[in-house]
Design a protein. Structure first.
Length: 140
């Protein structure tokens, strides 16, 4: 089930993020609450009561400390920055990432947000994620 994230989801989100910290970035409870307060979009996928994926995105104009977000902010207007998207490693290949991205794209179009941005580490061996990103036409 796809639904809006709530603070009750924090344990599941922090667990997923900790398992993926090598390809995203670490997030302790304090950082989670900071990101949650800035987020424009935060959605989870829940299966049988367990959070198996999430995405957090921040609109332009926020005081986010991330260097990549600030880089986009100095060059673009009317964008949303995908701060992180994580899918449980045991649930990959089931379309959860596609569902999260698709929902964010529709949400953004409904709000006339013209640019979606994200940091993608092309040097880290995430072949599956990079292939997904290229196939979906997300990488430019």
């Amino acid at each position: 089930m796809l639904r809006a994230e709530t603070t009750d989801d924090s344990a599941g989100i922090l667990r997923l993020n900790a398992n993926a910290a090598s390809v995203t970035s670490p997030m302790d409870p304090s950082k989670y609450l900071t990101l949650l307060s800035m987020r424009a979009y935060a959605t989870v996928v829940e299966i049988e009561g367990e959070i198996v994926g999430f995405i957090m995105a921040i609109r332009d104009g926020n005081p986010h400390e991330d260097g990549i977000y600030r880089w986009f902010g100095s060059r673009l207007r009317n964008f949303i920055y995908i701060d992180r998207i994580v899918v449980d490693e045991n649930r990959r290949g089931l379309g959860i990432g596609r569902l999260l991205y698709s929902h964010l794209f529709k949400w953004s179009m409904d709000r006339q947000i013209t640019q979606l941005t994200a940091e993608i580490n092309i040097f880290f061996p995430m072949r599956r994620h990079l292939r997904f990103t290229i196939l979906k036409g997300l990488l430019r």
